[in-house]
Design a protein around this ligand. Structure first.
Ligand SMILES: [Zn+2]
Length: 85
């Protein structure tokens, strides 16, 4: 059995079966300047009991992380403004 070209999903850690749709996301790595880009792979369609695909869940988690970061920055700004005022 060949494992060549078998991808695994970076969200659910299970392998992406032949014929299943998937998306890839380039991994930003400042260390690998000009090297072969690395990718994360995700299931593009829900399967089993899922309501959202791994890709959609991954996007949502990233959005939550981004929002949380912004909230922290706002709190920081507010804190600084209050100190100056
Ligand atoms: Zn998956």
């Amino acid at each position: 059995m060949s494992v060549f070209n078998v991808k695994s999903c970076d969200y659910c850690q299970s392998s992406i079966a032949l014929g299943q749709r998937w998306v890839r996301e380039k991994i930003y790595d400042p260390q690998s300047n000009g090297q072969d880009p690395a990718y994360h792979h995700f299931h593009a369609e829900p399967f089993g009991e899922q309501e959202e695909s791994c890709w959609e869940k991954h996007q949502m988690e990233r959005e939550i992380a981004r929002t949380a970061m912004t909230a922290t920055q706002w709190a920081d700004l507010f804190e600084r403004a209050r100190c100056n005022g």
